[in-house]
Each structure stands twice: as structure tokens, then as C-alpha cells.
Design a protein around this ligand. Structure first.
Ligand SMILES: [Zn+2]
Length: 473
């Protein structure tokens, strides 16, 4: 028997919705209500770039990340080995395909060769992703903000690209200077939303996020946004695009989950924890630096990173509440983060690119999995977790096979990872013995893949954004 579904905030709201969604559910390959405990499961994957176990553990102690703590209490957790160098587009595409970059083709941020660096796009992915494989098995997917999904591709379900687009907008309030806000959705660019009929609606949601950005930041961050022209203010300005993208993806993801309860697979990506970690680690962990930042700057910027972890945790809670009731929920990062440049003096007035104080290093990825098909684990008290308590479960290559198994789909024998079978309810595995096919990507699939040949919107600004993160030269 599967264990009882975990109590979730907002469940009563879901039950009300169920009456409405029963019709939609019975139109999918199985009925939502009365699904036997071992039936294959919808899977929701919440991707949080750069989420670091050490930060989470420390914040659990203070009861600060209640939703991630709930994931740990109600499921399994651990760390996953990741790739080095830890290039997010390559790793997240490996999570989505189960294959290494040499096979899926997204080797990093930009393609080498040629005079000008060119961004990898969805057109460069050479192997099927989970949503393509799901479609082959008559399952529907939702994909929001995932790396290299621009231009979007036809699929049963819905896809909102991380178009890596950028936009000039006038600063408001305390940020009167005209700043560059770089983010996800671009008004006026095609191929960002599949099906196209949803484009107006999602762009309108993005517009609402934009209109309320300053107010939302005041709610997320307990201290005022850094302003002025010094290095800290510049780093803040360089981060806002990513936070804006997260807010948009959250809004759109919640809308999709609320209106489409029949999705079998849902993936959504958030990047702000990584972007802020690179720039504000110094003030979150001042004692790791010599000389340490002064007390005034610690007071002003020291809470930025943890405030954003709290916001991201709240997003996890909202997504879990909106997810199909019987879904398996995976929350994971692509790598962790730690301090760099510990002996570097930080001069806020120094010209040029401000030094980054957090980097991926050789850290592992954060991973939790919970839901009805997941094995009951010995009880854990997140408030008392220590780093040595975090088990090493496997690698990021195990995520795709595990998700396929939970959806009742065979694993590709060409995938280097394995199904994390120890985490899955034995009754489920009995009902769905693990199966393999040689590959999910038949020869010639890439050649026959037809996606529009479009330039990434504002790719120049995006390249500059990647330079500011130190990802490209
Ligand atoms: Zn990063």
C-alpha cells in the first residue's frame, strides 16, 4: 500500500476544485479519483538553481523553510552528484533527457566557433526530453521556464519558454535610473508559448508581475533594495532580471496547475537563488571572508540571500498545494554553492565588474521526493538535520529514469543513470516492474525535428548578462 497522501496547505481548496476537474480527469488516460494506490503517478519537478544544502539545513534549524522541511518530513531526501564544470543549461538538459551533454547537445551557455558567441537554443537539443517521451505515451506535460526551451515546441500540454530574453524598462520608485531588467517573457516575441492561444494570457500575467515588481520585492526582502551606483547596487540591478523571471514563472505555473489538473508531468524552473548566491554570499556569510564586510553593509545586505530562500520555499508550498493531489513532488537543484574570493577585499566604489563571492564549487545537488508512490522513510526532524545526515542518493542522471518509472514508462538503456528504486514504494514497483527500451530517441529524430529558426530575443543583452555572472568570457 502507498502511504497516506501528505497533508498539504490548501488541500481543502483542491477538494473543491476536484468536482470541477473530475470531468477533465476522466478525459485523461485514467481517472483522478479512485486511482489505485499503485497507479502510475503524475510527477511535478520543481527546479531551484543553486539551492545549497548547507543554507537549507541552517534555515531549517530556525524553522525558516517550512515547505521544504515538509517535503523532507513526508518523503525522501539527499544529495545528488552533479557535473563539473556545473553549467546549468547542460545539467538541467541532462535532468530533462537523462543523457550527458555529448548526447543531448546542450554543452553550456554558448556555442563555440564562429566570430560571435551564439546561445544554445531548443533547436540544438538532439535527444528527446521527458515531455517528448511522455507525449509518446499519450501523457500531457507542462513545462515552464526550463533551460533551452526557446523556441517552444509542439507538445500535448503547455510550454512556456525560458527565452533568455531581456528587456529595457524604466526603473520605478527608488530605482529611478533606467535599468536593464532581464528576464523571461518578452512582449511581442513569437514562439515563447505553446499553444499559441495561451500567449496573450501569459504575457498579461507577466505584465502584471512587472507592474508590481517593486511592491513584490518589498514583500520578499526585509531591507530596502540596494540603490545608487556602487558595486552592490550594480550587483542588485544585475540580479533583478532573474527574480522577475522567477515571479513570472511562479504566476504562470500556478495558473497552469489550477486550470489543467490532467497534466501527467510538470516541470518548472527558478534561478534567483543562484543569481543572488553568486553576488550576495559575502554578506550572508561574512565570517567566511577576510576581511569581513563591515557591520553596516552586513545589516543592509546580509538578509538578501536568506529572504530569497524564504520566498522560494513559499513558492514550493504554493506549487505543492496546486499540484495534482496524487502527484509525486520532486524539488531539486543542479548544484550547491559556497564562498569564493575569501581573501579578496571588497571595494564597493571600485570600477569594473564587481567580484562574485559565491560559486558552485564542487558541491552536490539538493534533492527531495515525496508523494503517494514514495516509500515511507524513518521519521526525520528537519530542525535537527546536520550535513552528515544528508545521504548521497546517486546523481542528477538518476532523475529522468526515476521520473519515467513513476510515470509507468520504460527507461532508456542509453541513459547512464538508474531508477532510484530504494525511494519508491515496493507496491508501486510490483505493479510497474522496471522496464527498459534501448533508447527513446530513434535515429534521425533530431534531423526531422522542425523548430522555427529564430534568434533568441535580445541575445546580445543575454550574452552580457552571462558575462556578468562569469559564465562566459
Ligand atoms: Zn550559477
Amino acid at each position: 500500500m502507498g502511504k497516506k497522501p501528505m497533508p498539504r496547505p490548501g488541500r481543502h481548496k483542491l477538494i473543491l476544485l476536484l468536482g470541477l476537474t473530475a470531468l477533465v480527469c476522466s478525459a485523461s488516460s485514467y481517472s483522478c479519483k479512485g486511482r489505485p494506490p499503485a497507479a502510475r503517478r503524475p510527477v511535478v519537478l520543481i527546479a531551484i538553481d543553486g539551492l545549497e544544502w548547507d543554507v537549507a539545513i541552517e534555515m531549517f534549524r530556525d524553522g525558516k523553510l517550512p515547505n521544504l522541511a515538509q517535503q523532507i518530513r513526508s518523503g525522501a531526501f539527499g544529495e545528488l552528484d552533479t557535473m563539473h564544470p556545473s553549467l546549468s543549461p547542460a545539467i538541467w538538459t541532462s535532468v530533462a533527457t537523462g543523457l550527458p551533454p555529448a548526447q543531448h547537445g546542450i554543452r553550456g551557455f554558448v556555442k563555440s566557433g564562429g566570430k560571435q558567441p551564439k546561445l544554445f537554443t531548443n533547436r540544438d537539443r538532439r535527444t528527446k526530453a521527458l515531455w517528448n517521451i511522455a507525449a509518446d505515451h499519450d501523457l500531457k506535460s507542462g513545462v515552464v521556464g526550463w533551460w533551452n526551451t526557446f523556441p517552444v515546441e509542439p507538445l500535448p500540454g503547455v510550454m512556456v519558454a525560458q527565452s533568455n530574453a531581456t528587456r529595457q524598462v524604466a526603473g520605478q520608485g527608488a530605482n529611478k535610473d533606467r535599468g536593464v531588467l532581464k528576464g523571461s517573457l518578452q512582449q511581442g516575441w513569437p514562439h515563447q508559448v505553446e499553444p499559441e492561444a495561451l500567449e496573450d494570457r501569459f504575457l498579461a500575467l507577466a505584465g502584471e508581475v512587472d507592474a508590481n515588481l517593486d511592491e513584490t520585492f518589498r514583500r520578499i526582502f526585509r531591507k530596502p533594495e540596494p540603490t545608487g551606483t556602487d558595486a552592490v547596487a550594480r550587483m542588485w540591478q544585475e540580479s533583478r532580471w532573474s527574480l522577475r523571471a522567477d515571479l513570472e514563472y511562479e504566476r504562470i505555473a500556478l495558473e497552469i496547475l489550477a486550470t489543467r489538473q490532467n497534466l501527467d508531468l510538470f516541470l518548472v524552473y527558478f534561478g534567483g537563488t543562484d543569481v543572488l548566491g553568486h553576488r550576495f554570499w559575502r554578506w550572508a556569510y561574512p565570517k567566511q571572508y577576510q576581511p569581513a564586510p563591515d557591520a553596516k553593509s552586513i545589516d543592509a545586505y546580509g538578509s538578501i540571500l536568506r529572504d530569497y530562500y524564504e520566498y522560494t520555499d513559499a513558492v514550493v508550498g504554493r506549487l505543492v498545494a496546486a499540484a495534482p493531489e496524487d502527484a509525486v513532488i520532486v524539488v531539486m537543484s543542479d548544484h550547491g554553492m559556497s564562498a569564493v574570493g575569501r581573501k579578496k577585499r571588497f571595494d564597493p566604489e571600485a570600477p569594473g565588474r564587481p567580484p562574485r563571492s559565491g560559486a558552485h564549487g564542487h558541491s552536490s545537488a539538493f534533492f527531495t521526493i515525496s508523494g503517494p508512490a514514495i516509500r515511507s522513510m524513518p521519521p526525520v526532524v528537519p530542525e535537527e538535520l546536520r550535513r552528515p545526515d544528508i545521504p548521497r542518493l546517486g546523481s542528477i542522471f538518476d532523475v529522468a529514469p526515476t521520473m519515467l518509472a513513476l510515470m509507468g514508462i520504460p527507461v532508456g538503456a542509453d541513459m547512464p543513470g538508474k531508477v532510484l528504486a530504494d525511494l519508491i514504494d515496493p507496491a508501486f514497483l510490483e505493479a510497474h516492474p522496471l522496464r527498459k527500451v534501448p533508447t527513446h530517441t530513434p535515429p534521425g529524430w533530431f534531423r526531422k525535428r522542425v523548430l522555427p529558426d529564430v534568434e533568441t530575443p535580445r541575445s546580445d543583452e543575454r550574452l552580457e548578462q552571462l558575462r556578468s555572472l562569469g559564465y562566459i568570457q
